[in-house]
Ligand binder design. Structure first.
Ligand code: MG
Length: 324
């Protein structure tokens, strides 16, 4: 069976391409980035674009059915808002499609909505519609945001010589999945990720290329490298590792921080002369921003240790259609 990204390209990007010939071209950017970008029409002001993204969470696949429902409500919206952040977009509204099983009674829904709407209120993102049905528990959210054309962050905008940056500390969610209950802050990062919206909207002045980390740093960086047709050298010793991982052997720390998923930090590229402004932004936001490597013209991708030795790591992330 083909993999997740191969399937998207083969069945859906090709179909979308076929439609393009016959329809008015509203998509400025279609399938393949964190969000699609739509031009809202000629009546609206200048360069404002509409950013749209959908994420689906399935019980038993993305979360255990007995997970705390308030955390689940938070996370279902957070992973969608993270895609808006990765485009530099501000959230405006969302739709919610829910399949609910008999276990999801009113008390469950109460808690779910508590987590969902607390995060929605924090980011002024309004629920505008959706659907509910009976079935195995499944949550599908579509978020809508806006972004200026000149400020949007796209996966195909990395340039040779750009520095590669990442926000926050990595590996906590993957650690919590393997070692639940050992670190409260790691558990919190897995259950209640914080979408980096303030960073995303501020980044547009310094960067034009970003992705959010959902499937692991190396796999998500690979999306940027492929779309931008460039290579990368990543320095393993510069990777900001979450404190919960520090007691683990180095190879396991690296595996969790570089290949573990669910971090929902932003990975972005910026020209070297933006470094000072990015350090200042890091202080303003109270969020670590770390330069971890460089974009190269030749298409090779590598992770090296402090002595420049290749670690031979594969730039692959999580794929839902590859057997695990
Ligand atoms: Mg994404």
């Amino acid at each position: 069976m083909s993999g997740e990204f191969e399937r998207i390209a083969r069945f859906f990007e090709r179909g979308a391409e076929r439609l393009r010939g016959s329809l008015a071209n509203t998509a400025v950017l279609g399938i393949g980035d964190d969000c699609a970008l739509l031009s809202p029409g000629s009546q609206t002001r200048g360069d404002a674009l509409c950013a749209i993204s959908t994420d689906m969470l399935v019980a038993g696949r993305h979360f255990w059915p007995d997970v705390n429902p308030a955390s689940l409500g938070h996370k279902a919206l957070a992973v969608n808002l993270s895609d808006l952040a990765a485009m530099g977009a501000r959230p405006r509204a969302f739709t919610l499609a829910l399949a609910l099983s008999d276990n999801n009674d009113d008390a469950w829904l109460d808690a779910f909505c508590e987590g969902l709407f607390a995060l929605a209120a924090e980011h002024a993102c309004e629920l505008i519609g959706g659907d509910t049905t009976r079935g195995p528990l499944c949550i599908c959210i579509t978020v809508i945001g806006d972004v200026d054309l000149q400020r949007c962050l796209r996966r195909d905008r990395a340039r040779p010589g750009d520095h590669i940056w990442v926000s926050g500390e990595l590996g906590a969610a993957a650690y919590a999945l393997r070692h639940p209950g050992l670190s409260r802050s790691a558990d919190e990062r897995l259950l209640r990720p914080q979408p980096r919206l303030a960073l995303g909207t501020a980044l547009g002045r310094h960067s034009s290329c970003a992705v959010d980390l959902s499937d692991g740093l190396l796999g998500d960086l690979r999306h940027i490298l492929e779309r931008s047709q460039v290579g990368a050298q990543v320095h393993a010793e510069r990777i900001p590792v979450h404190p919960a991982l520090l007691g683990l052997p180095l190879p396991e720390q690296r595996a969790l921080a570089l290949q573990g998923g669910d971090d929902y930090e932003l990975l972005f590229t910026a020209p070297p002369d933006a470094s000072e402004a990015l350090h200042a932004l890091s202080v303003t936001l109270g969020l670590a921003l770390t330069q971890i490597g460089v974009i190269t013209k030749d298409r090779a991708r590598d992770v090296v240790d402090a002595s420049g030795q290749s670690l031979g790591l594969r730039f692959e992330g999580f794929d839902h259609f590859t057997p695990h």
